[in-house]
Design a protein around this ligand. Structure first.
Ligand code: FES
Length: 195
């Protein structure tokens, strides 16, 4: 694990400190360390999508945890970035069900629209593209996880339109990108057809 230092100090601002206290309130006082995942998420969100060493140390001290334990957690889970990344994270699921449903073409559409390869930031520094393992939305494959939202039932054309909308500063509606409701059958109802 390499940790790139870009700041020497980090502290939650008032809004994130309030959210951190909310997260801590879910655990018994003697189990403060159990809140390490939500606090790392908050620190990463505040710092623009990645965690500098100062933020890891801050979270460790906040929870009275050995710093090495927080480094271990941050480097174990893929959703935490310990290297500088662009603030908007675009993750393409490429595990078997999504791959069978065409995730290779979704990756290509993202790369073309963003002008960068998987694992890179876009040239304008706004987007970070990466592959991810199964995100638990296989029934709506293929799909993208963008910041905090899932975009599902994608085609290359819909993916391109989605990325272009983000580039224009818009916030596309999350969920299935076709007429389907959540994860109901793609062909419509098959039971309970009569009331
Ligand atoms: S394989 Fe893509 S969400 Fe499960």
């Amino acid at each position: 694990m390499s940790i790139a230092p870009d700041v020497t100090e980090f502290a939650f601002d008032a809004a994130h400190a309030a959210l951190a206290e909310q997260a801590l309130a879910k655990f018994p006082p003697e189990r403060r360390q159990s809140a390490v995942l939500p606090l790392l998420h908050l620190a990463q969100a505040q710092h623009g999508g990645w965690l500098p060493k100062a933020a890891l140390d801050y979270v460790a001290d906040y929870l009275s945890m050995p710093r090495i334990r927080v480094y271990e957690v941050a480097s174990f889970y893929d959703m935490f970035n310990t290297e500088p990344t662009a603030p908007c994270q675009i993750r393409v699921c490429t595990t078997t069900p999504c791959w069978l449903m065409g995730s290779d073409a979704i990756v290509e559409a993202c790369e073309r629209a963003l002008g960068c390869r998987v694992g890179e930031n876009s040239p304008d520094g706004r987007f970070y593209l990466r592959e991810f393992e199964c995100l638990g939305a296989c029934v709506n494959a293929p799909m993208l996880w963008i910041d905090d939202d899932y975009y599902e039932d994608l085609t290359p054309e819909k993916t391109t339109a989605l990325v272009e909308a983000l580039q224009r500063g818009e916030k596309p509606t999350p969920g299935p990108q076709d007429a389907r409701k959540v994860s109901m059958p793609a062909g419509g109802k098959t039971t309970l057809l009569e009331v």
